[in-house]
Design a protein around this ligand. Sequence first.
Ligand code: COA
Length: 160
Amino acid sequence: MSKIAVYPGSFDPVTIGHLDIIERISKIFDHVIVLTAESSQKNYLFPVQERSEFLKKALEHFKNVEVDVFSGLTVDYMRKRQAHVIVRGLRAVADFEYEGTLANMNYRLAPEIETFMIFSRPEYYFISSRAVKEVARNSGNLKGLVPDFIIPEISKKLRG
Ligand code: COA
């Protein structure tokens, strides 16, 4: 049976930290689905189609990585795709409580699905999509935080 991992997130926008985790898990699982979430309750900078296009472009050289979008429960998507592992990245202690709650809610909803946590590499520990947007709003340098092609897209979006 092939092992499918789902890596869900908002990816608003995808950062170098996300890409590092995707690269690492693509070597462990047969197939990785990067699932771009669309929630009506969240205020995204980029619409879901743009967020997933950025991911597709950044990940085009990975043979076993697919990008998809969803608006609903991650576990419902996973049941449809017969996937049994959710992967989430852990950075600072601040991520821990949120991730524990999310993992256990998903367990409650779908006990057959496991959540695997993977630690961010130390060089990416401080990077979050939220911080990237904050830096961009204040005209800081985004080089090395997101893929180069996304930098002008963020400026365009913030200006427009
Ligand atoms: N301080 C600093 N950064 C914060 C923060 C805080 N207090 N809260 C959130 N952020 C950051 C996040 O770390 C994230 O940045 P990152 O992508 O670099 O990690 C960014 O802000 C957006 O966060 P958010 O959209 O809340 O979370 P996420 O991108 O990690 O994704 C989903 C969360 C999509 C996986 C989750 O909401 C989900 O599964 N949704 C689908 C519905 C569902 O199935 N829910 C489960 C049952 S309730």
